[in-house]
Every structure is written in structure tokens, then in C-alpha cells.
Design a protein around this ligand. Structure first.
Ligand SMILES: CC(C)(COP(=O)(O)OP(=O)(O)OC[C@H]1O[C@@H](n2cnc3c(N)ncnc32)[C@H](O)[C@@H]1OP(=O)(O)O)[C@@H](O)C(=O)NCCC(=O)NCCS
Length: 179
């Protein structure tokens, strides 16, 4: 039976975490690295299982996005993937619904960086392809991230961040891909 549950990283045992990592390595066909894994940890995971098998995963972690003079508390979505043989059954949509509940309940704003194939999935769920410029707050100042402009998506939250493109959206600093 297919089941979906959410849990904080701290509530997942080492075996479950290594199953998630293995599933992400396979689903992203070798393009998921240790930094990507690090970015996926420390927040709430949504796990889709069918019996004992893990068939889908996504996570939301807290970041700060600078926009219009505020450092908005942002639920940033990472590690969304469904096992290749179980795609187009609605599992990513179910994962996103669970993560969006977390975002709407706890954050001022949702954000993510979409792979080319996943853009439609997010747009269909009300996420907005960010129409303004993107940037990152590095240890030495703000730098533009033009390569990320087209792949950055945001989810507005009622009573949350006021999104005003073309004001830039600037993410906090981290190792690996900053968006
Ligand atoms: C992107 C990805 C997560 C989508 O997972 P998925 O479970 O297939 O997604 P869903 O089934 O919820 O939705 C995908 C499509 O299937 C359609 N669909 C959903 N249920 C369906 C069903 N029962 N029958 C047929 N199609 C269905 C959806 O309408 C959607 O259509 P779209 O292509 O027009 O958007 C998956 O392809 C994947 O893991 N890709 C590799 C990793 C990756 O790129 N992750 C995204 C990182 S940003």
C-alpha cells in the first residue's frame, strides 16, 4: 500500500537516511552530490513508501532569502524525486502537497530550484517562476547568479513575504549549488 509521511531529519534513523540518499542518487542519475545531500538535511522530509520500498522523497529546509529589505524565513524545497519506475502516478504531487503544508504553516515564503523536467509540475501547483533577478549573499558580498534566474521558483504565502519583481531575490550562502 502506498503511504506518505513527514518527519524531521532527527526522527529518521541511519538506515532510512541511507535509503533516501540511495534513491536520490539513482533518481538524479549521478548528478546528486554530497553537497546536494547536505542541503536536503535539517528540515522536514516527505517520504512515499509502497510497503517496505521507498519510492519518493522531498524535503523542506529553512533558509533566509533577502528581498525588498527583509530577510524572509523561507521554506526551501530540496531533494524531490520519484523512483524512475513509479513516475507519473502523482507521487511528486503528493510530496509537494505535504511540503507546501509545511511551508504555509511555518514560513513567509517557499522557494526551490527546478530541474528542467520538473518546472511544469511546480507551475501546475501554483509556484511562480521568479520573473526577477537572483543573487547570493557570499562571505564577501552580494553576487548575481544569472544562471539560476530561470530555474528559481517561489510560492507566495498568505500574510508572508511581499514579492516585488524585479527586485532581486538573494539567497543565503552555502557550499555547493547556492540555489
Ligand atoms: C520530476 C519528478 C519528481 C516528477 O515525479 P512524478 O511522481 O512523476 O510526478 P507526478 O506524477 O506527481 O506528476 C508528473 C506528471 O504526471 C502527471 N500524472 C500524475 N498522475 C498521473 C497518473 N496517474 N497517470 C498519468 N500521469 C499522471 C501529472 O499531471 C504530471 O504531468 P505534467 O508532466 O504535465 O506535469 C520525477 O520525474 C523525478 O524524480 N525526476 C528526476 C529528479 C528530478 O528532476 N527532480 C526534480 C528536482 S527539482
Amino acid at each position: 500500500m502506498v503511504d506518505i509521511r513527514t518527519a524531521h531529519t532527527a526522527q529518521l534513523d541511519a538506515g532510512t537516511l541511507s535509503r533516501i540518499r540511495a534513491m536520490l542518487d539513482e533518481a538524479f542519475a549521478g548528478s546528486f552530490d554530497d553537497h546536494d545531500w547536505d542541503h536536503t538535511l535539517g528540515g522536514i522530509h516527505a517520504l512515499v513508501t509502497d510497503g517496505d520500498e521507498l519510492i519518493g522523497h522531498g524535503a523542506v529546509v529553512q533558509r533566509r532569502l533577502l528581498h525588498t529589505g527583509h530577510a524572509w524565513r523561507t521554506g526551501y524545497v530540496e531533494g524531490v524525486a520519484v523512483r524512475a519506475d513509479r513516475r507519473r502516478e502523482g507521487h511528486a504531487s503528493a510530496i509537494m502537497a505535504a511540503l507546501e503544508d509545511v511551508i504555509r504553516g511555518a514560513y513567509d515564503l517557499g522557494a526551490l530550484s527546478a530541474s528542467e523536467s520538473a518546472g511544469k509540475l511546480y507551475e501546475g501547483r501554483g509556484w511562480l517562476r521568479w520573473p526577477g533577478p537572483t543573487a547570493v549573499l557570499t562571505p564577501t558580498g552580494i553576487e548575481r547568479t544569472p544562471d539560476d534566474d530561470d530555474s528559481t521558483f517561489v510560492l507566495a504565502v498568505d500574510g508572508g513575504a511581499q514579492l516585488r519583481a524585479p527586485a532581486p531575490l538573494t539567497c543565503d550562502w552555502r557550499d555547493g549549488d547556492v540555489w
